[in-house]
Design a protein. Structure first.
Length: 678
């Protein structure tokens, strides 16, 4: 028996839905008549589209391993080749050939290496379209929120499930409203907005949330700026970043129609007219978990780093530090669209890349490069001394030409600057807007456009921001008529109980849960997996625990690599449930897909931390016992004497998710579905 994540939620009240909930409502299947979905609910979704890239062959292998032979709906699936496009090795070319041949065999839309980055293709080709739900087996599917589509990442098992059945599961996360007020000052860009947000709200305020951007400040934000912001909500820790359907977006699609004289299969007068006639907006009485406000007029150009998106520095501060750079990058799905290339070209035109700097440029897609060539911007950048790369990911993920070497400093218009991601772990990586990257390439140091003209960077103003966490105390207390109890399948337990075992640390990563040295040994017996579970966190974990215990840990539990054994090792130890303040999203999805239950209860970990604040033990038997009553969607915690410590409402676990757990995880469920169809 195993797994599900629940975060605390208010009782099911008669209230409106926010935009995220409304889009999920459209794409949820198997709901009871009249059932409305809200944050916390587990739903089965049938997304409009599912994209995979270089990982399409591992997805196909998993798909075939499930016993599937034919994709359920080949109009739903998109395959692109974008990550390792510079790699001409025999093994990579063979993989690419396998993906292309399999896509043709299944009738799947396929885009070869050189056509562009998958997320850009999903936007250009109209797969990710306003108010639809589109997923991808890549973390930057959040990008689709820039055009009002709910985009969210999935793991490979989910993708294989969608290939086989058209469906997978999703828990609707808590939704944070991010209100943008005011207007950007000249020289400040969309990249500066998201870099500032990552830096000023850097205590996991939006971790595993869906974000909805609102506010009068949106009226002056271009779609390219919105795509950049939505893209990097991933680095901010969110599961999605959704912009509304407003006049800016409608005019963007109207312009696309006039620039495409021939009808497009997905973007044409008919589809845009339907969008205008069927707008969705959040209800006035919808509920948000948090409300963040930022005054755009208080922002200046900002830079992330070094080596962390949570470190946000003003251009003014870094410019005055005279930080020499070795490499600059205008690449990736974040900032390599036409407006980005043009902005960089306007700065670098009639200048030269500094002799000590290598400046790499790659368009987000072949279409973008053609458009940039047509207006002369591409050639302006090349004439200045930039080194062109094929449309694709490349150095952003540490692949191909131009990676950072030991001791080097790079500045990039990409989305991630994790230590070692773009090359050597002994290099320093910064993130900035295309304008700052181009300026730095010319200056040979981190600097702004004004410095090329001999001026100094203006001092940054103080950022005006606020955050509130609504209490919802003013909501009506009338319960939904359908909220009489949760239906429980015959084979699913009505309650889960066990003693809480405190592992008091934040960010326990998957290597801490299941050591990396065992990850690629396929013959490890289940007993050995149980023995080494949590070994890198605490070598005494095995001796201090027993089957039936419930792990409770801090925040961002399961961060790090995507190894599924982090979940299956806990199951091997005989544990049915993990509780934490929050979970790493990939670990969370791997848990459900392998039938491990999970609960997010921040108040509980905070209570235990207070109780054991003076303890030096890594693993503590607390003497507190948790019971999750599935039928009532309630969690109770009592001490060893039976005194009630906590009572908490959690999200409802529908029968669709129960069925996945009963069948041993998502793969077992898919196999069952395929058998039923045969």
């Amino acid at each position: 028996m195993a797994g599900i994540r629940f975060f605390s939620t208010s009782s099911k009240l008669l209230r409106g839905q926010n935009l995220t909930e409304k889009i999920v409502q459209k794409y949820a299947v198997g709901l009871a008549p009249g059932k409305q979905v809200f944050s916390g609910d587990y739903v089965t979704i049938k997304p409009a589209h599912c994209m995979s890239h270089d990982n399409s062959w591992p997805v196909a292998t998993k798909f075939m391993g499930l016993g599937a032979t034919k994709v359920k709906d080949n109009r739903q699936i998109v395959c692109t080749l974008d990550h390792d496009v510079q790699n001409k090795s025999e093994s990579n070319l063979k993989k690419y050939t396998n993906i292309e041949n399999y896509a043709k065999e299944q009738g799947i839309d396929f885009y070869p290496a050189g056509r562009g980055i998958g997320h850009q293709i999903m936007i250009e080709e109209g797969y990710a379209f306003p108010l639809n739900l589109t997923v991808a087996s890549d973390s930057h599917s959040n990008t689709y929120g820039g055009v009002g589509a709910l985009g969210t990442p999935i793991v490979r098992t989910d993708a294989a499930s969608i290939w086989a059945t058209g469906q997978t599961w999703w828990q609707i996360p808590p939704v944070a409203k991010v209100e943008l007020v005011g207007e950007l000052q000249p020289g400040v860009t969309g990249k500066d907005i998201i870099v500032a947000l990552c830096g000023i709200f850097n205590n996991d305020e939006v971790l595993n949330h869906a974000i909805e951007f609102t506010g009068e400040g949106l009226s002056k934000l271009s779609i390219d700026y919105r795509l950049t912001i939505a893209n990097m909500t991933t680095e901010w820790g969110a599961l999605s970043g959704l912009f509304p359907v407003d006049d800016v977006l409608i005019n963007f699609y109207k312009d696309r129609i006039t620039k495409l004289p021939q009808p497009h299969p997905r973007v044409n007068e008919e589809s845009v007219s339907r969008l205008i006639e069927n707008k969705l907006v959040s209800d006035s009485d919808s509920v948000y978990a948090k409300h963040l406000v930022v005054d755009l007029s208080s922002l200046s150009p900002y830079i992330s780093g070094p080596n962390s998106v949570k470190i946000s520095n003003s251009l003014y501060d870094l410019s005055n530090q005279n930080i020499k750079i070795n490499k600059a990058y205008l690449v990736s799905c974040t900032n390599s669209r036409l407006s980005d290339i043009k902005a960089a070209a306007d700065i670098i035109k009639n200048n030269k890349v500094h002799p000590d700097v290598e400046f790499y440029v790659a368009a987000a897609s072949s279409n973008v490069q053609k458009d940039a060539e047509a207006i002369g911007a591409w050639q302006d950048i090349i004439d200045a001394g930039a080194i062109p790369l094929p449309a694709g990911c490349g150095p952003c993920i540490g692949l191909g030409t131009g990676l950072l070497k030991d001791g080097e400093v790079g500045i990039s218009a990409t989305n991630r600057n994790f230590k070692g991601r773009m090359g050597s772990k002994d290099a320093l990586a910064y993130l900035a807007s295309p304008e700052v990257v181009a300026s730095s390439a010319v200056l040979g140091k981190i600097g702004g456009p004004e410095e090329i003209g001999g001026k100094s960077v203006a001092k940054n103003p103080e950022i005006v921001k606020s955050i509130t966490v609504p209490t919802n105390e003013s909501e009506p207390v009338k319960e939904e008529a359908s909220a009489g109890g949760v239906e429980v399948l015959d084979d699913f337990p009505k309650s889960i109980e066990g003693e809480l075992i405190l592992c008091d640390a934040d960010n326990i990563n998957t290597d801490g849960i299941y050591p990396g040295k065992y990850t690629y040994q396929d013959d490890i017996p289940r007993s050995k997996m149980a023995e080494v579970c949590m070994e890198n966190y605490d070598s005494e974990f095995y001796s201090k625990t027993k089957p039936g215990d419930i792990i409770i840990s801090g925040y961002n539990f399961g961060t790090g690599s995507s190894r599924e054994q982090a979940a299956t090792a806990i199951l091997a130890r005989g544990m049915k449930l993990v509780v934490s303040g929050s979970f790493g999203n990939i670990f969370f999805r791997n848990s459900i897909n392998n039938a491990l239950l999970t609960l997010e209860i921040p108040s509980l970990i905070n209570k235990l931390r207070e109780k054991y604040q003076d303890s030096n033990e890594l693993t503590i038997r607390t003497g507190w016992f948790l019971k999750w009553d599935v039928t009532k969607a309630q969690v109770y915690v009592v001490d060893s004497e039976g005194n009630l410590i906590l009572q908490q409402k959690v999200g409802e676990l529908g029968t669709n998710l129960q069925d996945i757990i009963v069948k041993g995880g998502l793969e077992g469920w898919v196999k069952s579905e395929l058998q039923n169809q045969s």
